[in-house]
Write a protein that binds this ligand. Structure first.
Ligand code: CA2
Length: 150
């Protein structure tokens, strides 16, 4: 597997499946990782799947994606979507496709959730498909980088 993608998750997503199931569903982040692994395997892609509650940690991982020559990056920035110029600046350094994922449709929610700094660096945005959005984003990135289904 020489092509690898990073899937990064922001604050509080470690609690996925355990709180507010009416909004975010009952699937846990461990289940999402399995879904991502299965989907990456279909395209022969390696996967780094990570979550952090810390902005600087997410920035460090984006820089790691750059230095380790990842083929693409998917990020659910969660609460940092609307605030983090540091995450935006790190993403803007990547030459490979970046896809922003949100479990919910942020545009149908409170107005403060509707602006995303991250979108400025994203080739595509997936919002409102629930956790399936992660698998859809991997399929999309596979197409963008020319990885074909095995
Ligand atoms: O819809 C999404 O994926 C969000 O990125 C989720 C963020 C929210 O701040 C964004 O506006 C939209 C919140 C993630 C919090 O994670 C939780 C997980 C389980 C239960 C409660 C919160």
């Amino acid at each position: 597997m020489d092509q690898k993608i990073f899937v990064l998750n922001g604050p509080n997503l470690n609690l996925l499946g355990t709180r507010e199931p009416e909004k975010y569903g009952t699937t846990t982040l461990a289940d999402v990782e399995k879904l991502c692994r299965t989907t990456c395997a279909r395209f022969g892609l390696g996967l780094e799947f990570r979550q952090s509650n810390l902005e600087g940690q997410l920035v460090d991982w984006i820089q790691e994606a750059l230095t380790s020559k990842a083929a693409g990056l998917i990020i659910n920035p969660a609460g940092y979507t609307t605030t983090s110029i540091a995450i935006l600046d790190a993403l803007l350094m990547l030459k490979v496709p970046v896809i922003e994922v949100h479990i919910t449709n942020i545009h149908a929610r409170e107005s403060f959730r509707q602006h995303s700094y991250v979108s400025k660096a994203a080739r595509a945005v997936m919002a409102g498909f629930g956790v399936d959005g992660y698998a859809l984003a991997i399929t999309g990135i596979a197409g963008m980088i020319g990885a074909t289904e095995r």
